[in-house]
Design a protein around this ligand. Structure first.
Ligand SMILES: [Zn+2]
Length: 219
């Protein structure tokens, strides 16, 4: 029962993450205002907002205008639900779960709009800085982020900021391992999709981080 409620609470949080991803770039309130279909603007009823269930039941289509609902919302709800379930079953520590949630949310922004919301990163990172031991060496990542803003380093400043927060979870060796795995995945994605535009890198960093975290436990 405890795991069921963890899954349920996680899916609700994932649904809220979907609201943040939708509204933050438009400078709309993430607390106030009822949810609506972004295609026909019809207000959604309680039955349209049940995490995971509504989307699957409606076959990923708005029931008013039949416009397709992006799978991103389902991925957000499921991954957050899974994170909470793993945390409650002690497969993830609180610091790992918190970093996973931050990475999921930043991945959603990056994959959809190639956007790195500084406010979201700051919100989570301040919690890390207040709650967990902080070492000055972590600031190297901030310096690299500032350099990436000034010069073209072929890696976004947001990716360096992600590593700054990752420093609270993994040591430098493991961070380099994450970078290697993410680069490998990114190259695979580039070759497979032949997409010539900018590749969102935070999702690959997140997958690499989760692989490093969970695979040793599974094996
Ligand atoms: Zn609609």
């Amino acid at each position: 029962m405890k795991l069921f409620f963890a899954f349920l609470f996680g899916s609700v949080l994932g649904s809220f993450f979907g609201v943040i991803v939708d509204r933050l770039p438009l400078h709309q309130s993430i607390i106030w205002g009822r949810s609506h279909c972004t295609s026909c603007q019809h207000l959604l009823s309680a039955f349209d907002l049940i995490p995971l269930v509504s989307q699957i039941f409606r076959k990923f289509k708005c029931r008013y205008c039949r416009a397709p609902i992006p799978k991103l919302y389902l991925i957000l709800e499921f991954s957050c639900a899974l994170t909470f379930t793993l945390a409650v079953s002690h497969k993830l520590t609180s610091i790992q779960a918190l970093f996973t949630l931050m990475s999921i949310l930043l991945s959603a922004f990056d994959s959809r709009d190639h956007h790195f919301p500084l406010s979201v990163w700051l919100f989570f990172t301040l919690i890390f800085m207040i709650s967990f031991p902080f070492h000055l060496v972590y600031l190297c990542w901030i310096v690299l982020a500032l350099l990436a803003e000034r010069f073209s380093l072929n890696i976004g400043s947001g990716d360096f900021l992600w590593f700054f927060t990752a420093s609270f979870v993994f040591d430098f060796f493991h961070q380099m391992l994450i970078l290697e795995i993410a680069c490998f995945l990114g190259i695979g994605y580039y070759l497979f999709t032949k997409k010539r535009n900018e590749i969102p890198f935070i999702p690959f960093l997140t997958i690499a981080y989760l692989a490093l975290l969970l695979v040793p436990q599974i094996l």
